[in-house]
Design a protein around this ligand. Structure first.
Ligand code: C2E
Ligand code: CA
Ligand code: CA
Length: 365
C-alpha cells in the first residue's frame, strides 16, 4: 500500500486484534540471513477492524492511523485503531491526505473564478482561478484548509496540475465563445513546491502546446517567497515566459523583497496584497498604507508592469485606487470567487459592452 508498507487481511479468528498485531510484530522481528550477513527488518503494525469502517478505504485509513500511533511510540510494536485516533487525524494529516487523494480521484475538487476588473471603466479583464473542495460531509472547503498540508505531503503537485488543466480548458472556452479585442485571461496560483517540481516546466510546455488560447493569457501567480533568491528560479521563469505564459508576483509586499530587486525578473504583473488597503481603523495606519500603495503602484507602472490590487471591498477603496492611477483590482466589492458556470454568466452579461465583442465566430451552446 506504500513504498515500504503492506496490508494484510485476516478473517477474525480466535486471538483478538491486539494479539494478532503482536504476533505480526514478533514474526518480523526475526533475523534474516542475506548472503553472509544478518539483516533485521523490524515492523510497526497498525490494526483496524472491519466493523469500525464504512468501506475499504476507511478501513485502510484507520489502519494507517493506528500505524502512526505505533510509530509514535517508537516503532517495532502494534497498535489497534480506536475511535479517538480519528480525532487526532487533523494533526496527523493522515486522514486529510487520504481524503485528499480520494477527492482528486472522485472529482471533488473544483475551481472557482474571481473576476479581475479594469478600474478606469469597470470592464472585466480576466479571472483568478481558486481551488475549492466539495467535501462529501463537510461541504465546501477553502484552500487554506488543505493546501498547506498538501504542500508538505507533495500532493499539491497533482492538485496543482488539476487546477492548471481545468483553468486552461475554461479559458479556451471563454476565448472561443467570447472573442474580444483584448482577450480574457486566467491566472492560476502556483506554490513553491509545484514550481520546484522537476517536471513542472515539461508539464506547462505540454499544456500550452495542446491548447488554443491566445499567448500570454494564461498567467501563473507566484509569491516572492516561492521564488527565493535562487538564480535557478530566475532561469525557470524565463523559460516559462518564453512558452508564452504570463507571470504575476502574488501577495506583493508581504515578503521582504522590493520591486527594485524584482525588476530583472520576467514577470508582467504585480498583485498587491490586500493588507495595504489597511482598513483596520487607525487613521495613521490607513494613511501609511495608502502612501506605500501609491508608491508601489507608481513604481510598478514605471517598470511597465501591470498592477492588480487584491481584496477591494468598497467603492471608497476602488475610488482611492482609481485616483492613484492603479489599473486593475479584484475583491468582494466587484465579485466573490464564482463557480465556473456563474463566471460564464458574469462574462455573458457584460459581453456586449466589451471592446471588440463579436469580432469572431461566437456561439454559446
Ligand atoms: P491568494 O492567491 O492571495 O488568493 C486570494 C484570496 O483572497 C482568495 O482566497 C480570495 O477568495 C480572497 N479574497 C478575494 N477577494 C477578497 C476580498 O475582497 N476580501 C477578502 N477578505 N478576501 C478576498 P481563497 O480562495 O481562500 O484562496 C486562498 C489561497 O489559497 C490563495 O491566496 C492561494 O495562495 C491559495 N490557492 C488557491 N487556489 C490555488 C491553486 O490552484 N494552487 C495553489 N498552489 N494555491 C492556491
Ligand atoms: Ca493569488
Ligand atoms: Ca494574493
Amino acid at each position: 500500500v506504500g513504498g515500504d508498507s503492506f496490508a494484510v487481511i485476516f478473517g477474525l479468528g480466535g486471538s483478538g486484534p491486539a494479539a494478532l498485531g503482536a504476533e505480526l510484530v514478533e514474526l518480523c522481528n526475526g533475523e534474516y540471513t542475506v548472503g553472509e550477513r544478518s539483516v533485521y527488518a523490524p515492523a510497526s503494525v497498525g490494526v483496524a477492524l472491519g466493523r469500525d469502517a464504512e468501506d475499504p478505504l476507511d478501513l485502510l485509513r484507520n489502519a494507517e492511523l493506528a500505524l502512526v500511533q505505533a510509530k509514535r511510540q517508537g516503532g517495532g510494536c502494534a497498535r489497534v485503531f480506536i475511535r479517538d485516533f480519528a480525532a487526532l487525524a487533523p494533526q496527523d494529516g493522515v486522514r486529510l491526505e487520504s481524503e485528499l487523494r480520494q477527492a482528486l480521484s472522485e472529482n471533488q475538487l473544483d475551481i472557482f473564478y474571481q473576476p479581475i476588473i479594469r478600474l478606469s471603466d469597470g470592464v472585466l479583464s480576466g479571472f483568478e482561478a481558486l481551488l475549492r473542495w466539495h467535501h462529501p460531509v463537510k461541504g465546501l472547503i477553502a484552500p487554506s484548509d488543505f493546501i498547506p498540508h498538501s504542500e508538505t505531503s507533495g500532493l499539491i503537485v497533482s492538485i496543482g496540475r488539476f487546477a492548471l488543466e481545468r483553468a486552461m480548458r475554461d479559458l479556451a472556452n471563454w476565448q472561443r465563445f467570447f472573442p474580444l479585442a483584448q482577450p480574457l485571461f486566467a491566472s492560476v496560483n502556483v506554490s513553491r513546491r509545484q514550481f520546484r517540481d522537476t517536471e513542472f516546466e515539461a508539464f506547462m510546455g505540454k499544456l500550452v502546446a495542446q491548447s488554443e488560447i491566445v499567448p500570454g493569457t494564461l498567467k501563473l501567480e507566484i509569491t516572492e517567497s516561492a521564488l527565493g533568491a535562487d538564480p535557478k528560479a530566475r532561469h525557470a521563469l524565463e523559460r516559462l515566459s518564453a512558452l508564452g505564459i504570463g507571470l504575476s508576483i502574488d501577495d506583493f509586499g508581504t515578503g521582504l523583497s522590493s520591486l527594485s530587486q524584482l525588476k530583472d525578473l520576467p514577470f508582467d504583473t504585480v498583485k498587491i496584497d490586500r493588507s495595504f488597503l489597511a482598513r483596520h481603523g487607525g487613521t495613521q495606519d490607513e494613511h501609511d498604507g495608502a502612501v506605500i500603495l501609491g508608491s508601489i503602484v507608481t513604481l510598478a507602472h514605471d517598470l511597465k508592469r501591470n498592477v492588480i490590487v487584491e481584496g477591494v471591498e468598497s467603492e471608497a477603496e476602488a475610488q482611492m485606487l482609481r485616483d492613484m492611477g492603479c489599473a486593475y483590482a479584484q475583491g468582494f466589492y466587484f465579485s466573490p470567487p464564482l463557480p465556473a458556470s456563474e463566471a460564464l454568466n458574469f462574462i455573458a452579461l457584460r459581453y456586449d459592452t466589451m471592446e471588440g465583442a463579436g469580432s469572431g465566430p461566437a456561439s454559446v451552446g
